[in-house]
Design a protein around this ligand. Structure first.
Ligand code: MG
Ligand code: MG
Length: 268
């Protein structure tokens, strides 16, 4: 496998792809509430993506049946939307992909459904912070292990479990390109980052053990101990040697009334 670096023009196209997904998550942020089914949210997302002259990126990919991966509570990732309503106190990890101009966007956020337990809130906060810890290391000259180490160090120090079996990845005309981007690793190890690389960085962090199981549906990954898991994902390019965010949580934050400057350091 080879790393496919992108030109400036391609990176601008990928920003559009990521933006479709960012807007989809923002639209969903207003709809996530007790009583709503993940299948209903999936239908909304598919309609919205198509309205943006884009195509759902996950639908049919490796035979996945839906537009969104919907993973509540102890589900880590790859949950399949269904007719079970969300209830107060749930968390729901929504992972969304879209193809626009032939390039993929791939981007995830874990939402709170109503009021959630304090320890769960903290898990979401630390997982999102670890995403930015990782992104800070995605710069020319650094290596895959630097990103993984940053995420693992930040979350394990706080007592959480880092899922090993699922990883981030290069992104482009394919959903999964080289290199794989584990959320664990050793400083200075692995492939070296260069100008024009685009990756999806996506910590999957568990409140308890890092160990996981897979459901017999062949998709759903869940924690072995049944404790909650969080997932946040951004698309990032190396521009002028530094990490530049292509995706944004700004639409989610607008919908939820959250003030945040967390993305400012990754925009030029
Ligand atoms: Mg994703
Ligand atoms: Mg991904």
């Amino acid at each position: 496998m080879m790393i496919k670096v992108k030109t400036r023009e391609e990176i601008e196209l990928m920003r559009e792809s990521a933006l479709v997904v960012s807007k989809t998550l923002g639209m969903l942020a207003k709809e996530v509430k007790p009583g709503v089914t993940t299948l209903y949210l999936d239908t909304l997302a598919e309609e919205f993506i198509r309205s943006q002259d884009a195509i759902p990126g996950f639908l049919g990919l490796y035979d996945f049946p839906n537009t969104l991966c919907m993973s509540p509570n102890a589900q880590v990732v790859h949950g399949i939307p269904n007719k079970k309503p969300l209830v107060e106190g749930d968390i729901i990890s929504i992972d969304c992909g879209a193809i626009k101009n032939g390039f993929y966007g791939d981007h995830a956020y874990t939402f709170e459904v109503g009021e959630v337990a304090e320890e769960t809130k903290k898990l979401l906060q630390v997982t999102k912070e670890s995403l930015y810890e990782g992104i800070r290391q995605f710069r020319a000259g650094n290596r895959v292990g630097d990103v993984g180490f940053a995420i693992q160090n930040y979350t394990e120090k706080r007592g959480y479990g880092v899922v090993r079996e699922l990883v981030g990845h290069g992104l482009g005309r394919e959903m999964h390109e080289d290199p794989e981007m584990p959320n664990y690793g050793r400083k200075g190890r692995g492939k070296k980052f260069i100008e024009g690389m685009v990756v999806a960085i996506e910590p999957m962090i568990n409140l308890g053990t890092h160990r996981i199981n897979q459901l017999s549906d062949g998709w759903t990954i869940l924690t072995k101990d049944g404790k909650p898991s969080a997932h946040f994902e951004h698309d990032v390019a190396i521009v002028n040697g530094k990490p530049e965010l292509l995706s944004t949580f700004k639409y989610v934050y607008e919908a939820l009334g959250i003030e945040s400057d967390e993305e400012d350091e990754f925009r030029y």
